[in-house]
Design a protein around this ligand. Sequence first.
Ligand code: FE
Length: 376
Amino acid sequence: QAEDGIRDQPRSRGLGDVYKRQIYILQFRTTLNNNKMKNYLILFFSIILFFSCEENNSNEVNIYSKRHYQVDIKQYENFEKLTGIKVNVIKAGDDELLERLKNEGKNSPADLFVTVDAGKLQKGVEMGLFQKINSEVIDSNVSDDLKDVNGYWIPITYRARLLVYSNERVNKSELSTYEDLANEKWADRILVRSSSNAYNQALMSSLYANLGEDATTDWSSSVVSNFARDPKGNDRDQVKAIAAGQGDIAIVNSYYIGLLLSSEKQSEVDAGKSVSVFFPNQGDNERGTHINISGFGMTKNAPNKENAMKLLEYLTGIEAQNTYVNNSYEYPANPSVKPSDLVQSWGDFKRDNLDLNALGIYRKDAIKVFDKTGWK
Ligand code: FE
């Protein structure tokens, strides 16, 4: 990945140097002026001035981003127009970016890290890379159940990892829970991507956290034996495979259906139209559908902290939340904003209220389950 956008220079110190000189001038004056009280006062104010100018007065904010959606460019342009603060983005995989933050340490130019998985944010917290985000604005902007209980990361959107089924070959009444995917009736019919994917790792982590090791392992073995084919491709490819008759039911992230239906490619629109959306585990005694958030962590030594906070407040506000839902078909973290019309047409659903940090805490266990049960 090219390091476009982020400058190589050490972080700017604002006007610090100019004021340092002024302090010397002030101090010089005070020695001429043999008044002790005045000396102290001037020195006192000089120090205050010096430290307030040590605060960064930069006009930019630097993001390390795992997100790969067009809507983000739009958001950052809108923010820049509104505030004059330039948003620089470096894109890469999340493990790679976390490693980079660790290696750069205090000298990192990054203010923010954004990804599509609470588990990776939890990992960053565990690595000691982030500082707590204290903002009343953000706090009142986002739903309580989507927040980090420890206050280190903030959600901007969320997505459901749900089921889609063939309109031709599956009846909605046949569907119920994730657990039911283990049923023999789904033999040779289930489509899903590989276990190396973070979305699947988060889903398996949620099952592990909710059901425990034994039940999760049994479930995974049965699901693998129901696969229509070896896992391959991304979420969109699973939907296309249903359209092509290669399987009947797939596990995918909710927004991909919106992206397919609004695609410029007719084949993608057709694939989107060949399926319907189903939210698993909605019964009264069931935990709800597995969700994950897209969210930001603020780096421990964010050189442009004030700007970063302004950006986060903007992104969780009404305007930006509407931009997200109408372009990426994600769900809004801000409960006063409604999902896009298409997403609303799927109806409301109950979300699994598992602490989202569990998606990171149980990742290693989830990967062991995948390996043990032959989910490639
Ligand atoms: Fe995605």
